[in-house]
Design a protein around this ligand. Structure first.
Ligand SMILES: *Cc1c(COP(=O)(O)O)cnc(C)c1O
Length: 369
């Protein structure tokens, strides 16, 4: 039996763009530009300008985007990179694959995002960069973090994989840091029909290094030469076409998510609290995360009523033993939150009746708990 209210509904979005995507795909199949070519150039230019950045480089996925960023910045063995403990594992995986060490820090108790104070407390001689994760579609305080990174000579990398189009003080995220890294995994706010990712930056030399690393270390001035150790992580034309078509809909879809978040806010029972969004942020609600006591029982009760939910994330990164950070430190805020957070259904085509059903179920289960 399909869920009554699914966690995400990609089909409803794809129905709006199906015809346009098939047109572009047909043209691609009839041509020969599958890796590189016009579709990619066009999407990269549009994505850079959408993010308010000078350059965009398409890559294979969001994890590669982060790893390539670190490599292009010369960050590796012996370097520490500060990462919030509340993030998707990929943020920290990328640090390890680049040869550096993730240094996990606790998050703000209300927003559950990286905050400048926790970062400042752990900056040391080995610190090379900070990865600011705009988790759940909520921008972190880029004003405070930007100032902290500048005054300590640290690179600021934005992990914007969940925050396409989100704004901090009226400016889109991605272009604040040295590099902004995006994933276009199908379930993200801007999703491909397969794996894809991109980076944005305002630094031309960095953009060129990134492009070279993602393409076998080729020299951009003459592609016959390979001038550095690279990898293969390229955006392909089929995915670039999907992203280019969907980009026309992104703001409208994000606005629909915002409306859904407002409806939730008016209908949620009082002991189920949405995670706070900073007043300076324009969030894009990739996930709708609430906090509540008795989370696991509630989640199971919703499942029995056909309502799908998630937990982002059940185990904080610093507690994952394969990130051997040599510390057994406790991060109190994220550890407590991990037992209370619940991600409710959230997608652009979520209707008011859907949200009423979710909130009714929550209210009923809370009152019998
Ligand atoms: C999805 C995601 C990534 C990784 O992206 P992939 O395209 O799956 O490699 C990185 N960071 C965050 C916060 C994400 O949500």
């Amino acid at each position: 039996m399909p869920p009554v209210v699914p966690f995400v509904d990609l089909r409803a979005m794809n129905d709006e763009v199906r015809a346009a995507i098939f047109d572009r795909w047909t043209a691609l199949v009839d041509g020969d530009a599958f890796v590189g070519g016009e579709e990619i150039d066009r999407f990269e230019q549009r994505w850079a300008s959408y993010c308010g950045a000078k350059f965009a480089v398409g890559v294979g996925n969001g994890t590669d985007a982060l790893e390539i960023t670190l490599r292009a910045l010369g960050i590796g063995a012996g370097d520490e990179v500060i990462v919030p403990a509340n993030t998707f594992v990929a943020t920290a995986e990328a640090v390890v694959h680049a040869g550096a060490t993730p240094r996990f820090v606790d998050v703000d108790p209300e927003t559950l995002l990286l905050d400048a104070e926790s970062v400042a407390a752990v900056v040391g001689p080995a610190t090379a960069a900070v990865i600011a994760v705009h988790l759940y579609g909520q921008p972190v305080d880029l004003t405070a973090l930007g100032a902290l990174c500048r005054s300590n000579g640290l690179a600021l990398i934005e992990d914007a994989a969940q925050a396409h189009g989100a704004m901090w003080e009226g400016r889109r995220v991605g272009g604040f840091g040295d590099v902004g890294a995006f994933s276009f995994y199908p379930g993200k706010n801007l999703g491909a029909m397969g794996d894809a990712g991109a980076l944005v930056t305002n630094d031309p030399a960095l953009a060129e290094r990134i492009r070279s690393i993602a393409n076998h270390g080729r020299a951009m001035r003459d592609v016959r030469f390979h001038e550095r150790l690279g990898s293969n992580s390229r955006l392909d034309a089929m995915q670039a076409a999907v992203l280019d078509v969907k980009l026309d809909h992104l703001d409208r879809w994000n606005a629909a998510r915002r409306r859904a978040a407002h409806v939730y806010a008016s209908l949620l029972p009082s002991d189920v609290e949405p995670v706070r969004v900073d007043e300076r942020a324009d969030a894009v609600h990739h996930l709708h995360v609430v906090r509540t006591a008795g989370r696991d029982g509630l989640r199971e009760a919703l499942r029995q009523r056909g309502i799908s939910t998630g937990v982002h994330y059940a185990v904080p990164c610093h507690a994952l033993t394969y990130f051997d950070t040599g510390s057994t430190e406790h991060l109190a805020v994220v550890e407590q939150a991990a037992g209370e957070i619940l991600s409710l259904p959230m997608y652009p085509h979520l209707t008011r009746p859907d949200i009423e059903m979710v909130c009714d179920a929550l209210a009923r289960e809370r009152s019998t708990a």
